[in-house]
Write a protein that binds this ligand. Structure first.
Ligand SMILES: Cc1ncc(COP(=O)(O)O)c(C=O)c1O
Ligand SMILES: [Zn+2]
Length: 362
């Protein structure tokens, strides 16, 4: 079967080299691809990057060798009794977004893209800028006003241009898409492009390879849901391949100041985001909100909130244990702590540490 995109809204199919970032009907493409059944024998033990799992990704050539920066293979650390932390900030650009960017820029390289536009609260922009630098692709990143200066400096250090847009995160994305459409520039976006999720899937493959099992409860920070949707796909893949016999509970973590998925049915709630330390998940209008809330995951899930007042102390607590993380990552830990204070979890848990502390220092 030829691998391509498909629109979940109207069923239209498109080839991987389509330049439009969404379907003519307005729907967001997903990948038309089913990986082979999971088997440890299909993992390439000679590659120490996400492409060791390429047998489960729709890669049709070897360009990933010119794109990888050695992302992934992060430690899954037993932290406290019953709690693992996955150190996804230990990545080439210091956030989990490198998983997705590596796969996305593989696609850009494959279809001969020479220039891309992307918008980001910072981390996805850092990643796309770095992988474009590695792949020799020109890159411009839009970030909203108020983005950490360190993230901007890093984007520019990779040779990308960075446009600081005077508006919210959502308005910045709108402006960027408008420019992409008007000027015909490829929109290499972590939310819209289905390849990004092929990269974030590897988070789960790694946990499974490292622990030989999947913990009972996973806490996933969700703004646009790029880690969540990738994890769901990989978990469903392990489950349908019968290598796990139970799907873990997924806790979707949102900021209490920006929680469009909290209490939502079918589509995200209409909300007005307020200022939060958790800038990475401050997404008022998640573009794949309906997909996130839909039936793509057969296991149990819940949405929980990160108490704003606990973010700094959670960050300090992790730092005092040697783990210096971004505020957004501390928010995930704060939400976990608030939940277990109320009622103990059944089974063990895992939290991704998605971003490094230096990146959210002002
Ligand atoms: C540190 C950090 N954690 C979590 C997220 C949430 O990722 P997503 O918006 O894909 O759900 C982001 C997104 O930028 C982030 O930077
Ligand atoms: Zn469509």
């Amino acid at each position: 079967m030829l691998i391509g995109f498909i629109c979940p809204d109207c069923g239209a199919k498109a080839p991987l080299n389509i330049l439009d970032y969404k379907c003519a009907c307005g729907g967001l493409f997903v990948l038309d691809y089913t990986p082979p059944a999971y088997s440890a024998d299909l993992i390439d033990p000679t590659e120490w990057n996400i492409f060791r799992y390429r047998a489960f990704m729709p890669l049709e050539n070897e360009f990933w060798r010119d794109v990888t920066l050695g992302e992934g293979m992060t430690a899954t650390l037993p932290y406290q009794e019953g709690l693992y932390l996955k150190l996804d900030y230990a990545m080439p650009t210091l956030s989990f977004k490198d998983r997705g960017a590596a796969a996305l820029i593989w696609l850009c390289k494959t279809i001969g893209i020479s220039r891309v536009l992307q918008d980001s609260s910072g981390n996805a922009g850092n990643s796309v800028a770095a992988y474009c630098a590695r792949a020799g692709i020109d890159c411009e990143i839009y970030v909203p006003k108020g983005t950490s200066p360190k993230k901007i400096a890093m984007i520019e250090a990779h040779g990308a241009s960075c446009t600081v847009f005077d508006g919210s995160r959502d308005q910045t994305a709108d402006a960027c898409r408008q420019k992409a459409a008007q000027e015909g520039i490829y929109y290499a976006n972590h939310v819209y492009n289905p390849l990004f999720y092929e990269g974030t899937k590897t988070f789960i493959y790694e946990v499974f390879e490292q622990l030989g099992r999947i913990p009972d409860n996973l806490f996933i920070p969700v703004g646009n849901g790029t880690l969540l949707l990738g994890c769901q796909q990989a978990l469903m893949h392990l489950y349908s391949s019968k290598v796990i016999n139970r799907l873990p509970k997924l806790y979707i973590v949102q900021s209490e100041r920006c929680a469009p998925l909290y209490g939502a049915q079918g589509s995200p709630r209409d909300i007005t985001p307020e200022e939060t330390y958790a800038e990475g998940i401050a997404i008022g209008k998640p573009m794949r909100g309906r997909q996130i809330l839909g039936g793509g995951y057969a296991g149990p899930r819940g949405v929980i909130l990160a108490p704003e007042a606990d973010i700094l102390s959670a960050r300090q607590a992790l730092a005092r244990d040697g783990l210096f993380v971004e505020h957004t990552t501390a928010a995930t830990y704060a939400a976990y702590q608030a939940l277990v204070r109320r009622s103990p979890l059944e089974g063990d848990a895992l939290i991704p540490l998605c971003g490094a502390g230096l990146k959210s220092e002002k």
